[in-house]
Design a protein around this ligand. Structure first.
Ligand code: URA
Length: 258
């Protein structure tokens, strides 16, 4: 697909793209935070946000949540997917068809984090392979990127919540060590939180996506940018241009890191 075709697929006009590149959303300062670095587009530190660990739900057969988290924190890539596949730390193991650990370049600079597998992902064991995934792939392609090439894609939850409902806190907490291990193994330069569940987990905030976009947050050593979830964009196409701005902003930020 040609670039203009991709942008058409995203329903983004060329002037919007040029506008986004010339006028990225300005960095906005926020008042709260105690943990990780936030930066403006030029790399200036502007404030910090917390991401303290929350209690883990105890998995069946694990001595304690801490023991489980410590074990997961030592997993190699060779053992990662099979560990996820045998996880019984929350009730979603009972209804999953396949677990969905994540996909992509394990040395990627970009990590995209969604919410949780849907029906297609549950069947295939790969994240973002349904309609929302198609949109994500189109957005990546419009940026000159593709999954698997300097891009890794993961979810907050590795197993499908019934009826695609949002994760409940116990599920997100139980799955957190897996995402943390993925981040530690990949060491991405930039994490893009796709939607509220990812933003909540990674930034430990209840703030809206609208209030979190347009600035660079931090997660450990990585920069973190928040944008809308592709499934939301399918329901609210008017916000596609904002997400596109966020991705252009992220790319420019990554380039500014050198
Ligand atoms: N939505 C998500 O958040 N993740 C997927 O993998 C698919 C849809």
């Amino acid at each position: 697909m040609r670039r203009d075709e991709m942008l058409n697929a995203l329903e983004l006009t060329a002037w919007r793209l040029r506008g986004a590149e010339k006028n990225p959303p300005p960095p906005i300062k926020i008042a709260s935070g105690t943990g990780s670095l936030e930066r403006g587009l030029g790399g200036d530190a502007v404030s910090v946000s917390p991401s303290p660990p929350t209690p883990l739900q105890q998995g069946e057969g694990e001595a304690s949540p801490d023991t489980r988290a410590q074990r997961i924190a030592q997993l190699s890539w060779d053992d990662f997917a099979s560990d996820v596949a045998s996880c019984t730390a929350c009730g979603l193991c009972k209804t999953r068809t396949k677990s969905v650990p994540g996909v992509g370049d394990v040395r990627a600079r970009w990590l995209f984090v969604g919410e949780g597998p849907g029906a297609e992902e549950d069947k295939k064991g790969e994240p973002f392979v349904g309609q929302a995934g198609l949109l994500l792939d189109q957005m990546l392609a419009a940026l000159g990127m593709k999954r698997g090439d300097d891009v890794y894609i993961a979810n907050v939850l590795k197993c499908r919540p019934p009826n695609n409902r949002a994760p409940v806190p116990q599920e997100a907490d139980a799955c957190r060590p897996y995402l943390e291990r993925q981040i530690a193994l990949i060491q991405p330069k930039i994490i893009v939180a796709l939607g509220k569940s990812a933003a909540m987990l990674l930034l430990n905030t209840e703030a809206s996506i609208a209030s979190l976009r347009g600035r660079v947050h931090g997660y450990r050593e990585a920069s973190l940018v928040v944008t809308y979830h592709p499934a939301y964009l399918l329901r609210s196409p008017a916000d596609k241009a904002k997400s596109w701005e966020d991705l252009v902003f992220s790319k420019r930020h990554l380039e500014s890191l050198g």
